[in-house]
Design a protein around this ligand. Structure first.
Ligand code: URP
Ligand code: ZN
Ligand code: ZN
Length: 461
């Protein structure tokens, strides 16, 4: 099976040129001008951009959380991702306290195996680091291809680990070249503020925001950076939302420390004024919460400076009915929001077209850097001979409006309802197959593969 994509403007993290791309089976076999082939499948990409398939390294599909499950599963979530140009996601397996990493991995496999449209990999969230878990780290990296270990510095009682466990985990992961990632907020400070607000009768979603001031994130980010510096492990901060946290990274670089930083599309585009809408604000109850305009400015600058490496989504949708479980108490609103489908088009429209980032930077933060950091480069994250044919043929001029009525995520509202976007993913290929074309899906459930990863290496940066 071969496909020829003709005359597209090929954009990678480094290049920008017009050429044809020949795909044979799952792989790009040639790139050049006027490629001749006998294939009958020719896609005319004149006037369009061709990007590497997007990689979203922060999603929660079918995630058990706060007494319910996130509303997109592997089928609906990876399918919606494809519509938005994201061909690979990295989800979080979450250890249950008292149980092994392998038992969590098996549970996640039972939900994902055979159900995905798009490619996927796993991070392992360690919620209970002990002597038994320590013995599983090597196998996770070397046998299972899970090279990144997520920690939560918040959600005490369910997901949080303490600093003693954090340092133990970092030491072990470092031995095998893995990465430790974290949700960097000070859980105990937040719990104190949540309890205080509840006891004072402050129960609206606004108090979710007011219970997580910037200092809770900047303090934890600095502490995490310090522990990583001490142990020498490669650190990655997930879903950074604020200037104070980014300044901790700036400080860490002064001692020559390398820290990877991820922000999410919502922190670049939405702000805390959305918490002034009564219970409707539950749509944006997520952790960390949306911040201020000055934080957005800092994060855009961080991308430009190359100290924010990845724009992800933290896609963790809950249907409105699920959000309503916190109607009378903000602390019971399941934390999280939909976004997996909107990330690439929003970042193009609001970032590239508004001159905040270049086309090359767009590719860097939507696929190339995630591929390098999480060990799938250059199979993914670039357009090169020998790479997987994961490609997005993108019309930079088509305008459309985001709405829950038309999106494909299993969520009955959108955090971006009514947003006008310029630029659309027209055709999306995954490992050589047309997966989506003109708003229709052409692959079957189960085509998405589990991708084993290799430890991040200096050679990939
Ligand atoms: O609110 C969020 N972010 N929900 C998902 C879990 C997490 O903390 O990433
Ligand atoms: Zn988190
Ligand atoms: Zn998350």
């Amino acid at each position: 099976m071969s496909i020829l994509i003709k005359n597209g403007r090929i954009i990678t993290a480094a290049d920008d040129y017009i050429a044809d791309i020949l795909i044979e089976n799952e792989i790009i076999s040639a790139i050049g001008k006027n490629i001749h082939t006998t294939t009958s499948r020719i896609i005319d990409a004149e006037g369009k951009f061709v990007f590497p398939g997007g990689i979203d390294p922060h999603v929660h599909l079918d995630m058990p959380f706060m007494g319910t499950f996130s509303s997109d599963n592997y089928e609906t979530g990876t399918r919606a991702a494809l519509f938005g140009g994201t061909t690979m996601v990295i989800d979080f397996v979450i250890q249950t306290k008292g149980k092994s990493l392998y038992s969590a991995l098996n549970e996640w496999k039972s939900r994902s195996d055979g159900n995905a449209y798009g490619d996927y990999a796993f991070h392992m969230a360690v919620t209970d680091f002990n002597e038994n878990v320590k013995t599983e780290i090597k196998d996770m990296i070397e046998k299972e291809g899970i090279t990144s270990f997520k920690t939560f510095m918040a959600y005490r009682g369910s997901l949080m680990i303490d600093d003693r466990q954090m340092v133990g985990l970092m030491n072990e992961v470092k031995k095998y070249g893995g990465i430790v990632t974290t949700h960097a907020t000070n859980g105990d400070m937040i719990d104190y503020l949540v309890a205080k607000n509840r006891s004072e009768g402050n129960l609206a979603p606004l108090y979710h925001y007011l219970s997580q001031p910037e200092i809770t994130e900047s303090e934890a980010t600095g502490r995490f950076a310090d522990m990583a510096h001490y142990t020498g492990v490669i650190p990655y901060v997930v879903h950074m939302s604020c200037e104070g946290a980014l300044n901790q990274i700036r400080d860490a670089t002064k001692r020559n420390q390398k820290i990877f930083v991820e922000t999410c599309i919502q922190y670049l585009l939405l702000d805390a004024s959305l918490y002034d809408r009564g219970f409707e604000s539950a749509k944006w109850v997520m952790s960390p919460p949306l911040r201020e305009k000055k934080d957005q400015a800092a994060l855009w600058a961080g991308i430009d400076q190359g100290i924010v490496h990845v724009v992800a989504t933290d896609h963790c949708p809950f249907a409105w009915e699920q959000k309503k479980s916190g109607e009378h108490d903000f602390s019971k609103i399941p934390n999280g929001a939909p976004g997996i489908e909107n990330r690439m088009e929003l970042l193009f429209s609001e970032g590239v077209l508004k001159d905040k980032i270049s086309l090359n930077k767009f590719v860097e933060v939507t696929s190339a850097n995630a591929a390098r950091i999480f060990g799938v480069y250059p199979a993914k994250g670039t357009i090169a001979v020998g790479s997987d044919a994961d490609l997005v043929i993108f019309d930079p001029n088509e305008k459309h409006t985001i709405s829950a009525k038309t999106h494909h995520m299993n969520c009955d509202y959108s955090g971006y309802e009514g947003w006008e976007v310029t630029g659309k993913c027209k055709t999306v290929l995954l490992r050589g197959k047309v997966a989506v074309d003109n708003d229709k899906v052409f692959i079957e459930k189960g085509y998405g593969q589990y991708i084993k990863r290799k430890p991040e290496s200096k050679h990939n940066r």
